[in-house]
Design a protein around this ligand. Sequence first.
Ligand code: ZN
Length: 284
Amino acid sequence: MHPQARFAFRGPEILAPSSPAGGAASTAPAPWPDLPPPEGAELFPLAVGAALRAGLEGAVLAVPAETPAPAGYDWAPLRSFINAAREEHEWFPAARALALANWRAATRFCGRCGEPNGDKADESARLCPACGALQYPRLSPAVLALVRKGDTILLARNARAPVAGMQSILAGFVEPGETFEDCVAREVREEVGIEVANARYLGSQPWPFPDSFMVGFECDWVAGELAPDGVEIVEAGWYGPDAHPQLPGPGSLSRRLIERAFEEIRARSGTRAAAPETDPGAAP
Ligand SMILES: [Zn+2]
């Protein structure tokens, strides 16, 4: 017997009902149907111990690569569900499930003594039965840096952008020995050659591809001309709300930060444009 899995993953793909057209799968995840798990699959709880609370009940099934979807279902990228979700909290449990599946796949063996790992009973952690080494799920913090200059923001095209022509704000992993603010300044300098200041925290978001944790900041251009490094960033420019390249998918923190900045810029330029009408000398 096995408890029915609330989420099933094959790599970064999640099980979803087939769409009626037979094309892209539906954007809502589906529990694993009433079938035995495939050979080599792993079933684990979404949360144990004190972490087990409303919203985190249920089990996760991680199946080996190449496993076909059961009849009536498809494997769909979790990203498509994220892009379609109205509220980000709708996909956070699935994000946790994928992050745990990625982490479990990378920690089958103890990193200290090499023995097969076990699981701690009361929290999501690997416990080595041979040497007692304890390992918690890994998160890799990364900053998102939205750089502002007058009524424009910096958008850049990453060499590995998932969609051709898409541009976004800069991003980079935090390195040992630096703060988020240090990281913002360093990433911007390394990737496009400009100096920024006044990093301000705007929000965060789990991003389980495979274990990122995004922390969003806004900062101000201080000096320098844009000079993309040509390796990570192949194109960069200053854009306003009315003319800009294709943006990252809805659902991402980058998109949310960009929309927020554009709204502020629009409101500000609207105020300026409207200013003459509120002139006390004008009619009524
Ligand atoms: Zn060990």
